[in-house]
Design a protein around this ligand. Structure first.
Ligand SMILES: [Zn+2]
Length: 233
């Protein structure tokens, strides 16, 4: 829980705050449009990297969500948008130690980008001002395993068709498709995250223009679900 003292609003030195308390103050400030405008695409990615480092160090910041909600009703100005799998171990707010109002999150099995997800990202960036998009794949992904095995089941069949470009990156040397092959599953998951990120500018003129104007960065990343560590691709 963050204390009221951390919201004093004075210069940190004058407040006598430690570095960790200063980090907590920044992390728990509810983002305003002015705050968002002061964050570059590079800085937005760095904040996510710093958050993952905090989580890995066991130093995740526990903000006063109740207090933050009291400011949230006025609007939102998140710095980034994340496409993540639905996997219970891939929750972006936890992985990146982000808090209320910090990030948009679009979650779908296998972190693919269909027209609804891309429309959501156009809103998050062009309309709401987010500075970065992260496509977050992860290890041991059930959706990827199902795609590798060619599962056919209900609406899952149509979902899995969207992994065909990533599956197409496999070579004969990778061996027979088998979800028990951890190396193969990881390779497809990584290709899927990379292709999803690369395709955003091809499938969205709005996102392409934001990237060209250097108002937006797009990055693919992989989370190890055994540790929570994010590797940036
Ligand atoms: Zn998954």
């Amino acid at each position: 829980m963050i204390s009221r003292r951390m919201f004093c609003g004075c210069a940190l030195a004058a407040c006598g705050l430690s570095a960790s308390a200063a980090n907590a103050q920044i992390a728990c400030e509810y983002l305003t449009p002015q705050g968002q405008a002061g964050v570059s695409p590079t800085q937005a990615i760095q904040r996510l990297k710093d958050g993952n480092d905090r989580m890995l160090a066991g130093k995740s910041i526990n903000c006063d969500a109740n207090g933050m909600f009291r400011k949230a009703g006025a609007g939102q100005a998140p710095i980034a948008a994340i496409i993540s799998c639905i996997d219970s171990r891939a929750a972006p707010e936890i992985v990146f130690d982000q808090h209320l109002g910090d990030i948009f999150v679009a979650r779908v099995a296998g972190n693919i980008a269909n027209v609804d997800i891309i429309g959501s990202l156009e809103y998050a960036t062009k309309v709401a001002g987010a500075k970065a998009i992260v496509v977050l794949g992860h290890s041991k992904c059930g959706a990827i395993k199902s795609a590798v095995d060619g599962v056919k089941m209900g609406n899952i069949t149509a979902l899995l068709k969207q992994f065909e470009p990533a599956l197409a990156t496999l070579k004969p040397a990778d061996g027979k498709r088998d979800s028990h092959n951890d190396v193969m599953v990881q390779k497809v998951a990584l290709a899927n995250a990379m292709l999803t990120a690369q395709n955003l500018t091809k499938r969205s003129a709005i996102i392409k223009k934001l990237v060209e104007d250097k108002q937006l960065s797009i990055v693919a990343a992989m989370e190890d679900v055994s540790t929570g560590k994010v590797t940036w691709l």
